[in-house]
Design a protein around this ligand. Structure first.
Ligand SMILES: [Zn+2]
Length: 235
C-alpha cells in the first residue's frame, strides 16, 4: 500500500462508519473527515462508529476518537460542518482522493464536481432502503454526472428521506473502502459502478462510460456555483 495517500471522507454516517474503520487501518498517511450531525439513537442500527454513550454528542468528535483508537499513529483532522461550495476546494487541496458517504444528492454532485476540478479520484455511494450503489471516478474516467446527468428534482428519494437498512450501508461502505484500497495499491477501478440489492441478494459490477455531453468531463463546469446545489438541497 502506498503510505502517501491523504484521504478526505465526506460524511460520518451509515456509509462513513464502516469506511472510516477500514481506512483508519489501511496505511494511509492522513484522513480528514467532515460531518455536521449529532448522534441520534435512531442512527445506531446502521452507523456502526457510534454506541449508546455517544447519543447527543457530535458525530465528528466520536468518529475522530474511534479512528484515533484504531490507528494511534495516523494523522487525523476532524472538521465539524457541512461540505459546501465555499470551502470544498480548500478542503480537497492536499488530499489525494475523496470518499463520499453523504445522505443527499446535492452533496454527492458537489463532491463529484470538486474532485473533477481538483483532478483527484472520487469514490461515491448512495443507498435507499434495501439497495444502493458505489462508484469510482478517476480524473480521466466517467464521473457522477456521466452516471446521473444532473441532480434529479423531486424524483429520487434520498437516504435522509426514505431511510436505509443497516447492512446495506455496511456493504456499500465496505465496497467504497475496497475501491479506496485498490487505489492505494495503484489499481485503476475507473468508472466501476457496483450495485447491491440486499433483498435480491445481488451484487453486480458495471462500467460507466463518459458521456460526450457531460458538463464536468467536457470542462464546462469551472467553479462550484452555489445555485448548482442549493435547489436540490431544498427539494
Ligand atoms: Zn462526466
Amino acid at each position: 500500500m502506498s503510505a502517501a495517500h491523504r484521504v478526505l471522507v465526506v460524511g460520518a454516517g451509515g456509509l462513513g462508519s464502516p469506511l472510516l474503520r477500514l481506512l483508519a487501518t489501511s496505511g494511509v498517511e492522513h484522513i480528514t473527515v467532515i460531518d455536521d450531525d449529532i448522534v441520534d439513537e435512531s442512527n445506531l442500527h446502521r452507523q456502526t462508529l457510534y454506541c449508546d454513550d455517544d447519543v447527543g454528542k457530535s458525530k465528528i468528535e466520536c468518529a475522530e476518537r474511534v479512528v484515533r483508537e484504531l490507528s494511534p499513529g495516523l494523522s487525523v483532522r476532524a472538521v465539524e460542518g457541512r461540505f459546501v461550495p465555499g470551502t470544498a476546494m480548500d478542503l480537497l487541496s492536499d488530499h489525494t482522493m475523496v470518499v463520499e458517504g453523504a445522505d443527499n444528492l446535492a452533496t454527492k454532485f458537489l463532491v463529484a464536481d470538486a474532485a473533477g476540478l481538483a483532478g483527484i479520484p472520487a469514490i461515491q455511494a448512495g443507498a435507499v432502503r434495501w439497495a444502493g450503489w458505489a462508484f469510482c471516478a478517476l480524473p480521466d474516467s466517467a464521473c457522477l454526472r456521466c452516471l446521473f446527468e444532473d441532480i434529479p428534482r423531486g424524483q429520487i428519494e434520498t437516504c435522509a428521506e426514505a431511510g436505509v437498512v443497516g447492512p446495506v450501508v455496511g456493504v456499500l461502505g465496505g465496497l467504497e473502502a475496497a475501491l479506496a484500497y485498490r487505489l492505494l495499491r495503484g489499481d485503476r477501478p475507473a468508472g466501476e459502478l457496483w450495485h447491491y440489492d440486499a433483498l435480491k441478494g445481488a451484487l453486480r459490477k458495471t462500467f460507466v462510460r463518459r458521456r460526450g455531453d457531460c458538463p464536468l468531463c467536457a470542462g464546462q463546469i469551472q467553479d462550484l456555483r452555489m445555485e448548482r446545489y442549493t435547489a436540490a438541497c431544498a427539494a
